[in-house]
Design a protein around this ligand. Structure first.
Ligand code: LMR
Length: 353
């Protein structure tokens, strides 16, 4: 009963936000927003959908963005954030953006393969040796090229928000060496590159929606999954998994997007506020994400009996040896130039380690 009432209220809230958003975003109606006019009390409302918990790098960044936009516009622009896939799942969000059902999304870059195979460059195994390498990768020429590539799809790529490094959890373990994953069924994000990695390791890769993962583990339908500590912590995967390997084998981050048509309908003032807030949030997120993952690893250690194994340098070398051939195999679909740029970046940061 209570659940039904909450669902109805949530549904009405979404409809209301949609109507208000449409009222202010419709191409036929010019936005009346102008700082110099007096007596304008109307508010511009945007919706922002994402699939993770609020207490995660992406969840906190979305909230921070909303807070900054509110501050900078003196409350005239409101961002309503819908976390936990409560508005759209990770399977629906890009279509919803294109259809004007939501104004901002922050999709995992691994799930961008449907728009362009180039995005997979960020998913190459052990692509980034350090957090500094991640920052240069996503905010430097590689990341900028990827954001710009969205223009041809009618999408404005506003920023990259990092979550950090992925780790591996499983009920069949411990996982120390590449062969330890043989025969296991591992939930992955919907990505051909991730599938190729797990298949090379002799595992069965099963693409599933993020918010179904906990139940799939609990029901024994998959052995494990790969994710950042903050996702493992906030979705309580550590409660249903026996082993956690700190492998730092892959990057997980997001591309914040808006439909280009919706963007073009905004006044210069609104665009400037959104851009400034996005830039500040992005810099803030780079620092926060590292801290959140570190803190939540400690919480997992304190609150669970999951067995944690951190790959030694020698073990890591074995994983790289096994997975490195994928760089050449996948260059055919990702593009030689991007893969070469990534390899050069990786080498630079490996030398600094
Ligand atoms: C996942 O599906 O595991 C992640 O993309 C979830 C997220 O958005 O961090």
């Amino acid at each position: 009963m209570v659940k039904n009432t909450i669902m109805i209220l949530l549904f009405l809230g979404i409809i209301f936000a949609g109507i208000v958003g449409y009222r202010y975003l419709s191409p036929d109606e010019e936005l009346p927003f102008d700082d110099e006019q007096e007596g304008l009390s109307e508010q511009i409302v945007f919706t922002f959908s994402h699939v993770v918990a609020e207490n995660t790098p992406k969840g906190r960044a979305a909230d921070k963005f909303a807070e900054l936009v509110n501050e900078k516009s003196n409350g005239k622009i409101k961002i309503v954030v819908f976390p936990n896939g409560s508005l759209f799942s990770d399977i629906e969000d890009i279509t919803a953006l294109k259809e004007g059902q939501v104004h901002f999304i922050a999709t995992s870059t691994a799930k961008m393969g449907g728009l362009s195979p180039e995005w997979a460059v960020l998913d190459l195994p052990f692509a980034f040796p350090t957090y500094e390498a991640i920052e240069e990768g996503i905010h430097g020429p590689i990341g900028t090229h990827l954001l710009d590539s969205l223009q041809k799809k009618g999408i404005l790529g506003l920023a990259h928000w990092s979550n950090g490094f992925k780790q591996i959890t499983s009920n069949t373990g411990p996982i120390r060496l590449p062969q330890d994953l043989q025969g296991q069924t591992i939930r992955i994000m919907n990505s051909d590159t991730l599938r190729a990695q797990y298949e090379l390791l002799g595992a069965e890769a099963q693409p599933e929606s993020f918010n179904d993962t906990y139940h799939l583990i609990e029901a024994g339908k998959i052995d494990g999954e790969e994710n950042t500590i903050s996702n493992i912590y906030s979705k309580k995967f550590y409660e249903v998994q026996k082993h956690l390997t700190i492998s730092n084998h892959g990057y997980l981050g997001y591309v914040v997007m808006m439909d280009q048509k919706v963007w073009d309908q905004q006044s210069k003032n609104t665009q400037q506020i959104l851009l400034e807030a996005m830039q500040e949030t992005t810099a803030w997120n780079d620092r926060q994400a590292i801290k959140i993952n570190e803190e939540q690893l400690e919480l997992i250690k304190q609150n669970s009996s999951i067995q944690i194994h951190e790959l030694s340098n020698q073990e890591k070398e074995q994983w790289k040896k096994k997975l490195d051939p994928l760089y050449d195999t996948l260059a055919a679909t990702i593009g030689d130039k991007l893969v070469d740029e990534l390899k050069a970046l990786r080498t630079t940061y490996e030398m600094k380690e």
